[in-house]
Design a protein around this ligand. Sequence first.
Ligand code: TEU
Ligand code: CA
Length: 554
Amino acid sequence: MIKKWWHDKVAYQIYPKSFCDSNGDGIGDIRGIISKLDYLQDLGVDIIWLSPCYSSPLADQGYDISDYYNIDPRFGTMEDMEHLIKEAKKRNMYILMDLVVNHCSDEHEWFKKACEDPDGKYGKFFYLRDKDGDKLPTNWRSCFGGPVWEDLPGTNKQYLHIFHKKQPDLNWENPELREEVYKNINWWLDKGLGGFRIDAIINIKKALPFRDYTPDREDGLCNIGEMLKDAKGIGEFLGEMRDRTFKKYDAFSVGEVFNEKPEEIPDFIGENGYFSSMFDFNEASFGQSIKGCYDAKQITPDDYKNCCFEAQKKIGNIGFLSNIIENHDEPRGVSHYIPQGDCCPESKKMLAALNFMLRGIPFIYQGQELGMENIEFTSIEQVDDISTLDEYQVALNAGLSPEDALKAVAKFSRDNARTPMQWSDTLHAGFTTGTPWLNVNPNYTRINAAAQQNDPDSVRSFYKKLIALRKNPDYKETIVYGSLEPVWREQHNLMAYYRTGDKTLLVIGNYQREYQKITLPTPYKKILINNYADLAEENNAITLHGYQVVILEM
Ligand code: TEU
Ligand code: CA
């Protein structure tokens, strides 16, 4: 395997709107990010992925871009962005921006021009179809509810939007559109970016010609996944994009890829793959229901283990997954993956170690290093996110009471991860001096960075130790490139695996509140990580406390 600069890195995702507000308007901004670079460096972070901060009406919090060449004034200026890249570089850190090119905003110039002249150049930048009375071109459901078709203002046409109606899909079949995309990517890479996280990229290829699929809900529509399964030939677009952009800069690219087919993995992330890496969503998507998130199945510790191992097996040593516990689209991992009632510093550390030691590139989402938890919603009024609001409606339509619908969607709401970062126990968690755009989780008095930074036993200090271990010259080779082999896979509520390279490491997590005894095949040499002060042992057997995790050198 040819070594790449990103293989041994640790990445951190920032959701700019909720990270740090420098000017008191209640919205996080780039200057706020710059003020926290030392905090991130202290943690050991190398790569920072910024969720979008381009010009945007923020209908989907910046995933609806109205100008790819500008920073939204709410987040700062282009000078701020250049300053951020420079300040990061000083600290040997790389900045990734979010590449959102499946769609733009309906307030983008291209879309406005398409409305003015749907048969002209810019009409061809989108998927437009002639209106045919009440009949829609297809019965596909958009990801945020309702059909994917919307009237193109001022015309007799309709446009396609896989996401919100303020996010019209761009037509990748049109080479002129692709040129525009590549030009923009290179323009940013010329500014010194380390690369991109690539949004919703699997959606850029549509199955043509358009056709209906079997409806899966009362609304007569079908999940967009049906069409995507049918779409062939995305590789031509992705390979072209790689060659025209990332490859020339040796840039890091990580794709938001769902439902890839096993035989496609080498093309996606093998040597000379379309991307440097792609996210593992196997755990996050476990239990999802076609009916909506009110019908989702709760994941158990054994499911979690199996999801991780399946993903690891699928990738093997073909390339590098990017491993996450959460992101801005998911509930907080500690609230989601730890059985109810058991969320505590020990279990949070266990989850951290089990995920962090997997083969791949670890991504930490802001606040994850503090063990930030889901927020309690007492009313749907407190929810801002368009996806959650849609899921609430879906739950009501399915017959749930407003109370049950709220409970059901609150567990999965994307706003759980979007509450402001908890910096301190002062007003608004130190996120802003003004009024935060989204409520701060009231547990900030207990869970915050200031309290954890100097506490050697905090969740954050544990993350620091995991990061330091990954960078330790004695273990780095094994942790980054070593193989992964599950062990005691059938043992209930136990997740354990070997990482084998020039060293042999054994990661063992007792994924339950009761203790658990394990007989080691050979004596260990050294305890590298332990989330408890002790390790109970007798001959070759160890007894782990509830949620104890250890990393042993064998
Ligand atoms: O997410 C793509 C995606 O598939 C998600 O919509 C996911 O299914 C959903 O969030 C579940 O709640 C990306 C971004 O990460 C997300 O924030 C954007 O809303 C979306 O693309 C559209 O740009
Ligand atoms: Ca601000």
